[in-house]
Design a binder for this molecule. Structure first.
Ligand SMILES: [Mg+2]
Ligand SMILES: [Zn+2]
Length: 97
């Protein structure tokens, strides 16, 4: 599944409630899922960790829908190289030292 297909799926499933909730409360849900991911990683619960990655990504996509951002288009800039240094294999740390 492409990112754009997933974003459309999430839009079909949740957009009505998402628009009513708005960006600020949607961001709180997203942040809560990031916390759940942190806890799963800390517990070394691999199966739950994968599920929490899915939840974080789904809520990030939801937030993008609420904000009207096309995530697949947004991440496509990485195809041209690291946004920091422009290299396909990042050399940002080398620049710092
Ligand atoms: Mg979760
Ligand atoms: Zn870089």
């Amino acid at each position: 599944m492409h990112i754009r297909e997933f974003q459309h799926l999430i839009d079909r499933m949740y957009s009505q409630r998402d628009r009513q909730r708005g960006p600020a409360k949607t961001f709180l849900w997203f942040a809560e899922e990031v916390g759940e991911l942190a806890s799963a990683i800390a517990r070394k619960d691999n199966r739950n960790t994968a599920q929490e990655f899915a939840d974080v990504f789904a809520w990030l996509v939801t937030l993008a829908n609420v904000e009207g951002v096309d995530l697949e288009a947004a991440v496509s800039k990485y195809a041209d190289g690291c946004p920091g240094c422009g290299e396909m294999v990042c050399r940002c740390e080398e620049k710092l030292t």
